[in-house]
Ligand binder design. Sequence first.
Ligand code: GLU
Length: 548
Amino acid sequence: MDYKKLADILFPDVTDTPEDIYAKYPKRELPEGAAVTRMAPSPTGFVHFGSMFPTITSERLAKQSGGVFYLRIEDTDAKREVEGGVEDIIETFRYYGIEFDEGATVDGDKGAYGPYRQRQRKDIYHVFAKELVLAGNAYPCFCTEEELADIHTQQEAQKANFGYYGQWAKWRDRSLEDIEAALAKGMPYVLRFRSQGSVEHKIKHTDLIKGDLELTENDIDHVLLKSDGIPTYHFAHVVDDRLMGTTHVVRGDEWLSTLPFHLQLFDTLGWKRPKYLHISPLMKMDGDSKRKLSKRKDPEAAMSFYRSEGYPVDAVYEYVMTTLNSNFEEWRRANKEASARDFKFSHKKMSVSGSLFDQDKLTDVSKNVISAMDADTVYEQVTAWAKDYDKELYDILTSDENRAKSIFAIGRGGNKPRKDLSAWKDVRDYVSIFYPTIFKAENTFPDNVKEASLVLSDFAKTYNENDDMDTWFSKIKEICVKYGYAEKTGDYKKEPEKYNGHIGDISSVIRVAVTGRTNSPDMYAVMQIIGREETLKRIDDAIEFLNR
Ligand code: GLU
């Protein structure tokens, strides 16, 4: 076979050689050991939460080693692409504080190793496709859908392995004349890889997460270029990773099955293989069994969920870190103030079998992150969130910034900050205590205080908004004594028969009346913020409720 002739027939317009292309993608000048990593999503319209795991792994590998982390848009499958998909990816990662050194941007590209959208790289792929044809490593295949289906049926009947390979590969060894005739008829074709592999052979591969693997060699003549000349993922990513200088490919382990083909492509093209980190999908418990976090069933599978619920960006990052590296939490306990990016991430600490999505853990992590923020930060983040997701709350909070900040200041700072908020969606309920227009009394009074309404009217009579905390509290104690409740819980515990209850019960009655609920931030602080009139109004309402 005259491969030169075949290459010229198939790619008459390709005049560049691989050397011309290499010259445009010089070796990167980076410190020894620097990793070049990438995030390579397809714009299919939904950024999956699971993608944060390879993304943050890639980001850490590059940033910690003084390397480069870039964004490449893998848009070769135009059929699955959704409008705005690229913008959504870029915006989502920007929102979550993932910074790319290079890559696709909303209005173009940043960096010297682009273009970073695969559809714009068609000519480059063709140079290497032609190179493969020239060396006898690729050939055109004119099989129709029906013929391929027919091959499949026959393989099924003969219990043979499925796929286009060996004797089933009808166009693998066809003559140049046959090819020219098919071209002359205008028959559409794909370009296939001519695999020299055999399923009898095993190849050894060391994955940085999965460890030493023995994989079956690829014998399938996979498609490199589709009939419209656009490459498949397999071919495109290999070319891109070579030219863009990727040193570590971090991706989902669904690609492990086609890894032998990818390795074969690197070898055939004479390129150094990158290192691989294949990550298991994010799982979730469903009853007693584990399953993949599903786009269809689980709202938390979408990145947009964390934004709309108002999990702070730092909390999401922190949660992913907790899940990725088993020693992160221990480090966090010892380094409470540090940025999560100061943690020394190691791929060696990653789980081989994959992580489990844990909503309780996320809630915990997020509560900690929020409790460590100062009131100004909380105010800024809550209002930024509420502007998009709860306009009424936004208006309420921004109508008096100082008041909102003093609410968020309650219980902050100190060794044991309160942890009322797990996400900004909790803020409405939390602050409703302070805003009459959204306040709702739950009226969950303790049953054991029979004198509840008397307690409240006594409290109202002596209430003075100018009292300091001690004076205010001593008045509550006087009420305790009056109704036979112990001033100290300890006294009650020692001799319960002597009392009707203790100070906690009396406080509880006042708390439920004034804050509307059993569990609230510091009651004195609440009264100071809502003011005399509102405090007394709530007490009146509570008395009315109790006397009903
Ligand atoms: N475009 C591929 C995907 O969406 C990326 C795989 C890779 O990172 O190489 O899964």
